[in-house]
Design a protein around this ligand. Sequence first.
Ligand SMILES: C[S@@+](CC[C@H](N)C(=O)[O-])C[C@H]1O[C@@H](n2cnc3c(N)ncnc32)[C@H](O)[C@@H]1O
Length: 223
Amino acid sequence: MIEHVAEPGWVDVERYLTDVVVHPEPAHQRAVTSALEAGMPAIEVAPNAGKLLRMLVQMSGARRVLEIGTLAGFSSMWMAQGLPDDGRIVTCEYLRKHADVARANLDAAGVGHKVDIRVGAALDTLPTLAGQEAFDFVFIDADKENDANYLDWAVRLGRPGTVIVMDNVIWDGAILEPGRDETNAPGIVKALEMMGQDPRLDATAIQTVGSKGWDGFAIARVR
Ligand SMILES: C[S@@+](CC[C@H](N)C(=O)[O-])C[C@H]1O[C@@H](n2cnc3c(N)ncnc32)[C@H](O)[C@@H]1O
């Protein structure tokens, strides 16, 4: 397994950017705190990434969002805030406990009516969403070994123009040495190669540093 180490300077700069530019709301901070209090891992996106998700949802004009990996609802909250009042997020979460914490956080933030949490393995949930109206925006942030499967489902449940964001695509550089984390890195590499080669997708990837260590995200657009 990889230990995601954040250098102090990266954390200080992220805190500065969060305070000066991002301006998270108390509900965002409460979601992070509630996860810690419930003994859940602190693996939500950083606040600047959460706001990026909100802005991408807004800029893409999305009305229907699919998320894979809910945790305490931190990223769901940011994306729900970017949707119109009749917009919807379907978010897939394996653990009932995480879904319950997320439900409380999303309701408290006043966006619960936009969020449909589906509990279970995402690969069981995703086929049940076929045949519905297409998703405009997809955020993939769950078990990394299934990233390529989730990417395939994102394309199948999307439409030309659907935006797909995949988190954690650098994994402390382990994408160049997948043997450092045989659980996660090979799945990330497989998904990145699919992003670059699948004729249904046009994609780029960005590496980042911050409180979550050395990592990054990929963005694809369905052709
Ligand atoms: C990195 S966390 C999600 C963080 C969240 N997107 C955020 O930024 O606030 C990953 C979540 O995916 C869930 N998960 C792991 N494997 C899953 C699976 N097979 N299906 C659905 N959810 C899964 C975990 O329980 C965990 O809550």
